[in-house]
Design a protein around this ligand. Structure first.
Ligand code: ADP
Ligand code: ZN
Ligand code: ZN
Length: 824
């Protein structure tokens, strides 16, 4: 790269230019000239090395132009790919996403490409996966960077500067390196190097059965070689690709015996790039029978795809939606089409992976942010060539370069994890999937027992097709739900486990069944309060009360992860008496151990299961009935299928119903219905006990009746009246600054600017309930765009312009404005 300068001055121009997306939050793409010697290599979808402000980046060529732009252009330095790594559909998706979600194409690119595709000569910090995500030993500034690294996996120095808002970032980075949170990477070499190993192949002359059996029948001498050949044939049938090391190990043969077969030109040995993605046998086994209801639903889905691109499968919990997906996937697979199966959170769903692998073996690939980049790039390439036909992944799998996409399945489509919170692009993968599928004329199947209000609205207003599956597989009834008024069991504070629940648990355990308890708060006590003066310990950096965790014996902030020693003396009044308020999963676990000393109890929340392995292990233990009671946060809710759970307890329903959010009823219903759905899936009807004080709450009644439709009818009326989605599109602006007055003034100013054009649709500014996080004060402005406006990009441009006007002012330069379209 030393001779770049020469290239800059000596290259003759081709009279062609290229618009290039750089992996940065730039407001626009840049145009570069194409030097003559590169003119044949620059193609849309290829990566090109280009310079911006003296820094080099690998950008993606968006378009090739034959008109010179109005400004002076620099030449492209180099082209990194012989073939495009993307098809036009992916570039189109990026562009749409940037416009719709109000971010830059560079930000979409940064989210879309595996890290190793994003080269840069800038210093880059890479997150050190081995360090884990426990940042409790870090200082404030280190923490901010570490957290950003955890999310983005890598950061440029310039970004670190933005995050910290200070100039002296080097000392912070130095500490992070010493503490092994990150590694520095500073080179423009291709990081991706395929690992090569010896593969054994059969001489294609013997691929023909007849030739092969002739050879085997006429075999003379060398019995060990014959054995080795048979072992090879066996392995090949199972796995497809046969590694030399594997073959020798499995057959017990020697390298010399293998050489004998190679010399006879029966087997060949070839050095090839290793598939780092574990190869399973490539079988397809969908040989199960549908129930009549499944058959009907499956036919209805297929029929709907003749006229509509999107179908919502509304099937009650345990109705066998997964099996319907499986047969549908097989159909597309056999037709040579690619299929994408999206899940809300792949780390939480090892169970579904196993279920799908049972049917499709190595034909279904998993795309996982926890995979290393080499694996991700290999999968990327196999999808691009069409070799891999089926992929299972969380939202980022949407960015894979599909060639002939035929079907996208969005499982648990209501799940809020489909929405990316931070960083931009803050996209909803379900909605983006529908746009993306449209580019291929592919179909989308949305599935849920508790559809989002938006999807159900579309499905009942003829935009999507609607197919229902109203009975559980095996004909078992949905669980019976009993609501317990915990005020009747009056005690001090909240009732953790009512006598009724305890008795039901005992019955279930006596009958050799399992129990799941759900509580949406982790830790020991969600907060402490001084019994004398009412003081509640708060985080110094956030406006939230602290949670007591017993394992650390510390007070934790769940927003910034700060920890504080447990208070003995009240700083406000000097008293030593604390009331422990409410209860979290940790306390429930402790309580259960006292109440059920003979049973095996486990807890599942982010404190107890770190890393996907731990989570999967816990699930497998529970599956195998090596645990009796599982207590957890919403982690226990997600689509799990256990045979022997007969009882589910929802310990504090009030906590789910008390958020100030227009989706509160929808979310509470979804959570309760989903967690209930874990009970009584096989054999006999299950039971659910809900503990609440506000037992007359309409949502509780609807959960009791499993009446989704009524919930929808109630909700949709409110949404219409108050102009909430699906009757509007929401854009939430969050302003952040460390000075409370600055952020308040900025919010006023921005709201005034926005009102010039959108007066009727602006709500706020207002401080959110938690108005300070990590020393940053927050203010929010909510824009409820009427649906027609919300879809139109023009109004988003208007909003963007006003934000730019604000941050262009000197006094508001350091105010950070986060734009979240279709917020949830
Ligand atoms: P859902 O996703 O709708 O909650 P699942 O697909 O998990 O339901 O199905 C519930 C249970 O019933 C699973 O254990 C599944 O294996 C079983 N099941 C569903 N359909 C069939 C079928 N056609 N044949 C055999 N078992 C089935
Ligand atoms: Zn006090
Ligand atoms: Zn905090």
């Amino acid at each position: 790269m030393e001779n770049n300068d020469n290239i800059l001055f000596t290259e003759s121009s081709s009279g062609m230019w290229a618009e290039i997306i750089l992996p940065l939050a730039l407001p626009q793409t840049y145009t570069y000239s194409i030097p003559l010697h590169l003119v044949d290599k620059v193609k849309p979808g290829c990566r090109a090395e280009a310079e911006l402000k003296n820094k080099k980046y690998a950008g993606v060529v968006k378009t090739v132009l034959d008109k010179e732009p109005a400004y002076k252009t620099k030449p492209i330095i180099n082209v990194l790919d012989d073939e495009p790594i993307l098809y036009p559909q992916q570039l189109q998706l990026w562009q749409w996403m940037a416009q719709y979600y109000m971010c830059s194409e560079g930000e979409v690119m940064a989210a879309a490409l595996p890290a190793h595709f994003k080269l840069s000569s800038e210093t880059i910090l890479l997150f050190n996966e081995e360090a884990g995500d426990d940042f409790s030993h870090l200082g404030d500034e280190e923490f901010l960077v570490a957290e950003a690294l955890l999310i983005k996996k890598e950061l440029r120095l310039s970004e670190v500067q933005q995050i910290l808002d200070i100039n002296h970032v080097y000392p912070v980075i130095k500490k992070l390196i010493e503490k092994k949170v990150c590694i520095v990477w500073e080179s423009l070499d291709e990081k991706y190097k395929a690992k090569k190993e010896n593969y054994v192949l059969l001489n294609p002359a013997f691929n023909n059965e007849e030739e092969l059996s002739k050879k085997l029948n006429d075999w003379k001498g060398a019995p060990k070689q014959m054995e080795l050949l048979l072992a090879y044939l066996h392995l090949e049938k199972l796995a497809g690709d046969v590694l030399q090391t594997e073959l020798l190990k499995k057959s017990g043969a020697t390298a010399a015996q293998l050489k004998g077969l190679v010399d006879k030109n029966i087997l060949w040995v070839e050095k090839r790039a290793v598939d780092r993605i574990k190869t399973l046998p490539r079988n397809v086994d969908v040989d199960f029978e549908f129930s009549a209801a499944q058959q009907e639903a499956s036919d209805a889905v297929a029929k709907s795809f003749e006229t509509k691109a999107v179908c919502l499968l509304h099937g009650v919990t345990g109705s066998g939606k997964t099996q319907v997906y499986v047969k549908l996937m097989e159909k597309y697979f056999q037709a040579g089409k690619q299929v994408l199966y999206l899940l809300p959170e792949i780390a939480l769903t090892a169970q579904i992976i196993r279920r799908l692998q049972k049917h499709f073996g190595g034909n279904i690939a998993i795309y996982h942010s926890k995979f290393n980049d080499n694996e991700r790039i290999e999968l990327w390439n196999k999808i691009r060539t069409g070799e891999v036909k089926m992929v299972l992944g969380a939202r980022s799998a949407l960015f894979l370069p599909f060639k002939e996409l035929g079907l996208i399945i969005v499982d648990e489509e209501h799940d809020s994890s489909y929405k990316q919170q931070d960083p931009a692009p803050r996209y909803n993968a379900r909605d983006a999937a529908i746009y993306y599928a449209g580019l291929f004329k592919a179909q989308v199947l949305l599935g849920s027992a508790t559809p989002s209000i938006e999807s159900y609205f579309n499905a009942t207003n003829d935009k999507y097709a609607l197919v229902e599956l109203n009975e559980r597989f095996g004909g078992i009834n949905l669980p019976a739900i009993e609501i317990i008024d915990v005020r009747q069991v009056a005690q001090k504070g909240k009732v953790m486990i009512s006598p009724q629940l305890k008795e039901a648990m005992q019955q279930a355990l006596d009958a050799d069944r399992q129990v799941i308890l759900f509580q949406n708060r982790r830790g020991y006590n969600p907060y402490l309060i001084c019994s004398t003066c009412g003081y509640i310990p708060q985080c110094e950096h956030c406006s939230v009360s602290l949670t007591l965790h017993k394992y650390s014996n510390k007070l934790h902030c769940h927003y910034c992860a700060s920890q504080y020693p447990k208070l003995i003396t009240c700083p406000a009044c000097g008293s030593n008496n604390w009331l422990e308020k409410n209860f979290g999963t940790e306390k429930i676990e402790e309580h259960l151990e006292e109440e059920f000393p003979n049973n095996k109890i486990a807890r599942m929340d982010v404190d107890s299961v770190r890393g996907k392995k731990a989570h999967d292990n816990l699930i497998q233990l529970f599956e195998q009935h090596r645990l009796d009671i599982l207590v957890g946060t919403q982690m226990v809710v997600k689509g799990l299928d256990f045979d022997k759970v007969s009882l589910v307890g929802i310990l504090d329903a009030d906590g789910l119903l008390s958020f100030a959010d227009f989706r509160v009823n929808e979310r509470a219903f979804q959570l309760m219905e989903q967690v209930s759905g874990r009970a009584g899936r096989k054999k006999e009807q299950g039971k659910v006990i809900i503990q609440a004080t506000n037992v007359k709450h309409p949502v509780l009644q609807l959960v009791q009746q499993h009446d989704y439709k009524k919930l929808y009818e109630n909700e949709i009326v409110n949404r219409k009246e108050f102009l909430y989605p699906p009757y509007s599109r929401i854009v939430l602006l969050t302003l952040k600054h460390k000075d409370k007055t600055v952020v308040a003034n900025a919010a006023d100013k921005l709201a005034a600017l926005l009102r010039q054009d959108l007066a009727a649709y602006i709500v706020g500014p207002a401080a959110p309930v938690i108005n300070r996080i990590r020393n940053q004060y927050l203010m929010e402005i909510l824009i409820k765009l009427p649906k027609e406006y919300g879809m139109s990009m023009t109004y988003k441009k208007v909003i963007r312009n006003h934000i730019n006007l604000l941050t262009g002012e000197k006094s508001y330069k350091s105010v950070h404005v986060v734009v979240d379209v279709d917020t949830n």
